[in-house]
Design a protein around this ligand. Structure first.
Ligand code: TEU
Ligand code: CA
Length: 546
């Protein structure tokens, strides 16, 4: 895209993003695997839905132990999804439609099949040894410290080359962590970012953005609580305070450097920061000289505990403002209707829309996860069809597996929902019902899709909804059943009633009209604002006249 004017520089602060889980979006060549050409074919649809930018999950060659997040070559395209021409063609068509394209960059770790790691193992005195984090064993031969990896088990694996040293991995043993104190590693990533910017990429979603630097002492992490043997990997991981392995301030310097690398391209850095504390989060984004923005991941991991959800949303909004990228579902999380509905997907959908409407009314980017516009709950995978290493490698009935969010997009009614012509797609999921498909919802003006699209369009037709300065962001908590948040700007007022009873609304003077109501799906708009908002419902009011 051509150089941006000064006003356009911060375009992302009020944009709508859309996450594409590449392998499950659309398969165009019948191998059962979503591909770049599938995205290109659906750009018109995405434009119609009302998104401004797409983020594509990793497109690099990979042995697939963690579904693309184990990268074997950062400067190439996985032949299963296409080639360099396919990605350039996708970007060109997206730009012609006014859509921007973010790709995923995975800097915390590589695949164990990356040439750097192979060389690191093969030659302990060679130049690549220091690309990774090698430490000696303790005198008794055990790992250097008590760190655990996210997906179950220790964060250390013995050198397959037989040196007796361990290498560090915050994820699978097949995902060795890079050594970000090594200048050579930093230089490699400068070149990787430039390579993709030169191909027209508009920004990067940075995987595990909080993980890069480790505390130099590599000391044991403090334990916060005890766990039981049968606990899933997430609970075990969260039973430690990650004082030494995550969120080191020194990681911010890496992003200051990246910020300069991408500046000539006007490209944007979007972190995937597993940091819950808003003050710590703000360090990574605060003055726009490191990350431009980052995902706040907690609303996507929290069940319907309104107090907790609002603490997190308001804390992030207060400390990081328009540098927050909001989401309530991504490929690592349960789909919102499954997570929020206490077992009832319709209730879950209602709550998801109430929360979404509040977040769309705040400063910062909002990201839709593919299929969220259809109101999908978690997909169902056959017992033998489980793919996620979290499920496959950790027996038991913990709820940590991520396959439910990763099943294919249902495009049309019928076998395999139009996702693929293959009989065995990469993930063996049950087909969705007809009403869940894009084709059926497109044809029905009262569908979830049309409703959701109206919300996204509203942000565009009333730019003041996210662009005018925030006059007040207020939480009103009367008692356990009254949970109301109001977002006031010059000409818009968002009232989120996440409580169990209807709530009265104090509308400022002047005439206010309902521009959107999150529930029911066919809620009318255009009428004067009512004095109350129903339970678990958010309304967007706009000032129409004085
Ligand atoms: O997920 C990272 C991840 O698990 C973190 O968000 C974590 O919750 C946080 O750091 C708190 O510890 C990303 C990808 O989205 C996921 O699909 C990959 O499996 C993972 O990284 C490893 O690359
Ligand atoms: Ca394919």
């Amino acid at each position: 895209m051509k150089a941006l004017s000064a006003e356009d520089r911060g375009w992302w602060r009020h944009a709508i993003g859309y996450e594409i889980y590449l392998r499950s979006f659309l398969d165009t060549n019948g191998d059962g695997f979503g591909d770049l050409a599938g995205i290109t074919a659906k750009l018109d649809y995405l434009k119609w839905v009302g998104v401004d930018v797409i983020w594509i999950t990793p497109h690099y060659p990979t042995p697939d132990h963690d579904h693309g997040y184990d990268v074997a070559d950062y400067l190439a395209v996985d032949p299963r999804v296409g080639d360099l021409d396919a990605i350039e063609h996708l970007i060109e068509k997206a730009h012609a439609l006014g859509l921007r394209v973010f790709t995923d960059v995975v800097p915390n770790h590589t695949s164990n099949e990356h040439a750097w790691f192979k060389a690191s193992v093969a030659n302990p005195t060679g130049p690549y040894r220091d690309y990774y984090l090698w430490k000696d064993a303790k005198p008794d031969g055990s790992p250097p410290n008590n760190w655990v990896q996210h997906f179950g088990g220790p964060a250390w694996t013995l050198d397959p080359g037989g040196s007796g040293q361990y290498y560090c991995h915050l994820f699978l043993p097949e995902q060795p962590d890079l050594n970000w104190t090594n200048e050579a590693v930093r230089a490699e990533f400068d070149a990787i970012l430039r390579f993709w910017c030169d191909r027209g990429v508009d920004g990067f979603r940075i995987d595990v953005a909080a993980g890069l630097m480790k505390h130099p002492g590599f000391a044991d992490n403090p334990r916060i609580r005890e766990v039981r043997l049968e606990d899933g990997p997430a609970r075990i991981f969260n039973s430690f305070e990650h004082r030494y392995d995550l969120a080191q301030v020194s990681t911010v310097d890496v992003y200051r450097r990246w910020n300069k690398v991408v500046e000539p391209y006007d490209a944007v850095l979007l972190g995937e920061l597993g940091v819950w504390d808003p003050v710590q989060f703000a360090h990574f984004v605060e003055d726009g000289t490191a990350l431009h923005m980052s995902f706040a991941l907690e609303p996507g991991l929290t069940p319907w505990k309104v107090d907790r959800l609002l603490d997190c949303v308001l804390g992030m909004a207060e400390h990081a403002g328009s540098a927050v990228a909001w989401e309530i579902t991504n490929h690592d999380q349960h789909r919102a209707p499954s997570r929020l509905g206490d077992g009832d997907p319709i209730r879950g959908r209602r709550r998801a829309l109430a929360l979404t409407t509040l977040l769309v009314g705040l400063d910062g980017m909002f990201f839709v996860y593919q299929g969220e516009e259809l109101g999908l709950d978690d997909g169902r995978v056959t017992q033998g069809g489980l793919q996620d290493p979290i499920s496959v490698r950790n027996p038991g009935d913990h709820n940590d597996g991520r396959d439910g969010a990763r099943t294919p997009i249902p495009w049309t009614p019928g076998a395999r929902n139009g996702f693929t012509s293959a009989t065995t797609p990469w993930i063996d999921a049950f087909d969705r019902t007809d009403v869940e498909t894009v084709a059926v919802q497109e044809a029905d003006p009262a569908s979830h899709l049309h409703h959701y699209r109206a919300l996204l369009r509203l942000r565009r037709s009333w730019p003041g909804l996210a662009q005018d300065p925030l006059l007040a962001l207020k939480r009103e908590r009367v008692d356990a059943t009254h949970q109301v948040v109001t977002v006031l700007r010059a000409n818009t007022l968002v009232v989120a009633n996440l409580g169990l009873d209807e709530a009265e609304v104090a509308v400022p003077g002047g005439a206010w009209t309902v521009a959107f109501q999150s529930w029911p799906l066919h809620a009318p708009t255009g009428q004067p604002a009512a004095e109350t908002v129903p339970a678990e419902t958010t309304v967007v009011l706009v000032r129409t006249a004085d």
